[in-house]
Design a protein around this ligand. Structure first.
Ligand code: ZN
Length: 310
């Protein structure tokens, strides 16, 4: 079955690619969130073929090189690897994005970060997040749960992304654990805002619809539960009234009651399930709800005052 995440990514991968500021920003998002150095080549490895193809096109557009895309197996899964830069153009690409290559324990790696100048415009900030989401993001079907997340293990990148999100008025929650930095949304509004920002307009609208539908059903269920509770309450009160009226009837007789009380006593027995306002409508001269309540209370008082012969 197609996952919800792949549905969203499929929509994003269909967005047209142009040689502009945004393509460069999207590729930076991809590089920061998913690339790794191996033998002085910069690669990304993903399961989703549409994402792999988009990264391949993006990198060709920006680096003006053909690059390569090939199938690999990783942990028993078929994966797709895109080579974004090789030994010849690696430093050019890193320079282009002001990224620094470092070395520790004989291992080369890139210090990922985002300089403001690459994401100055709003369109570029959004494109950067699109690239980041394509590589590291996941989202759960809103029918089940509201949850969207992205993660990285680069602290500086995490901080830069936090600022970028702030500038777009996005408010994810942040969590870091064992050098894994997580950004996530748990609110449906935050998630649909994020989807709108990264360009998944169709999915955003569907997401909002699901939310509205869910809210509606929840409210309806609440209303039904509430209604049932009210009915139960009415029923309980009515039982007390009827018990009192029956006691009056078998002791002093209903005819001893003054006409207003007598009418309500007969009505209550005739309509045990209806509410006080409905009861009022049955009266020859309708009175207020509190008037009805007052009379029923009076009946209960009268009944309580009668000492029944045992
Ligand atoms: Zn742009």
């Amino acid at each position: 079955m197609k996952s919800y995440t792949s549905t969203i990514k499929a929509e994003l991968c269909k967005l047209p690619l142009k040689d502009n500021c945004c393509a460069a920003a999207e590729l930076l998002g991809v590089i920061c969130y998913g690339s790794y150095l191996k033998n002085n080549c910069l690669n990304i490895r993903v399961e989703n073929i549409s994402v792999a193809k988009r990264v391949f096109s993006l990198s060709r557009l920006i680096t003006r090189r053909t690059g390569s895309l090939y199938k690999t197996e990783f942990n028993g899964k078929v994966m797709h690897t895109v080579q974004i830069a090789d030994e010849d153009n690696l430093s050019d690409l890193l320079d282009r994005y002001s990224l620094i290559k470092c070395s520790r324990n004989l291992k080369n790696y890139v210090l990922f970060s985002v300089e403001e100048k690459f994401i100055e415009k709003q369109c570029c900030k959004q494109a950067f997040l699109r690239g980041a989401f394509l590589i590291s993001g996941s989202i759960i079907n809103p029918d089940k749960q509201y949850h969207l997340e992205m993660s990285t293990n680069h602290r500086r990148l995490y901080k830069d992304t936090e600022n970028l999100m702030k500038e777009l008025y996005l408010k994810p929650k942040f969590l870091s654990r064992n050098n894994r930095f997580l950004m996530y949304f748990k609110d449906s509004e935050g998630i649909s805002d994020f989807l709108g920002n990264i360009g998944a307009t169709k999915s955003m609208l569907e997401y909002q619809n699901t939310r509205i539908w869910k809210d509606l059903t929840n409210n309806m269920n609440r209303a039904i539960n509430c209604d049932t509770a009210n009915k139960n309450r009415t029923r309980k009160a009515s039982e007390i009234h009827i018990e009192a009226i029956e006691k009056i009837a078998r002791t002093i007789g209903l005819d001893t009651l003054e006409s207003g009380l007598k009418e309500i006593a007969y009505l209550r027995i005739e309509f045990p399930d209806i509410s006080l306002s409905e009861l009022s409508n049955e009266m020859t001269e309708p009175i207020s709800r509190s008037g009805i309540n007052h009379r029923l209370k009076k009946l209960v008082e009268i009944a309580e005052s009668i000492k029944e012969k045992e």
